[in-house]
Design a protein around this ligand. Sequence first.
Ligand code: CA
Length: 236
Amino acid sequence: MSETILVVEDELVLRETLAYNLGKQGYEVHTAEEGNTGVDLAYEVQPDLILLDIMLPGIDGFEVCRLLRKEMNVPILMLTARADEVDKIVGLEVGADDYLTKPFSMRELLARIKALLRRVRMTREEVAAEVEEDEAPHQLIFDNLVIDMDRREVFLNDESLDLRPKEYDLLVCLAQNRGRVLSREQLLENVWEWDYTGGSRTVDVHIRWLREKIERDPGHPVRIITVRGVGYRFEG
Ligand code: CA
C-alpha cells in the first residue's frame, strides 16, 4: 500500500511540481492551498506525512502545525522561505519534525521524506513488537497442568515435573496446537529439527515418557491422545 502525503502550499507552481514528483515516486498525494483546508484534509485522509508551507492564506503553517499536533502523530516537514521562520521551527515551538529552506532540490526533499517515513515505520514496528511480547502467553494452563514458558518448567498439581528438554519441547508443541492432530513427521520437524537421528519411534518413546509424567493413568491417556495411523492430539 502506498504512503499518503498531504501537501499544503499556496504557490501553484510549487504545489503542482511537488504533487507531480511525489506521485511519480509512488506516493498518494493530496493537496491544499490554504491552512484551514489543509487541517480539514489532514483529518480526512490521515496522511503518513505532511509537507507544510509556512506563509499561507488564512491560518499560517505554524498554526496548522499546532492544531494538528494536538490531534495527530503525523510527521510534519515544514517548508520555509525565511531565516526567522527557521529559528521558530528549530526552537521547537511548533512541533515540526523537520524543515527545508526554499529553494530546495527535489532530491533533497525526497531524501528527507523517506527518512521521516522510515523513522515512523520503525517506531510503529517497535511498538507492535512490544505489544506482541506483552500479549504472548507465558503460561499455558490446562486445569492442574501448567506450562511456564518463561522458566521452561511444567507443574502438575503445583509440583514441578522433571522433564527432559525434548519432552518439554514436545509437550509445548502439542499444547500450542491443542485439539489439532499432529503427525509424527510434524512433531519430528518441530521438536527435533536438525538434531533428529531416530525414526518416528523417537516420537512414540517420548510420548510414552511424557504420559508417565502428566497422565493420571498412562495406560488410558486423556491428555495426549493417539490418533491411529496419523499421530497425536493434545486435549488439555
Ligand atoms: Ca507560501
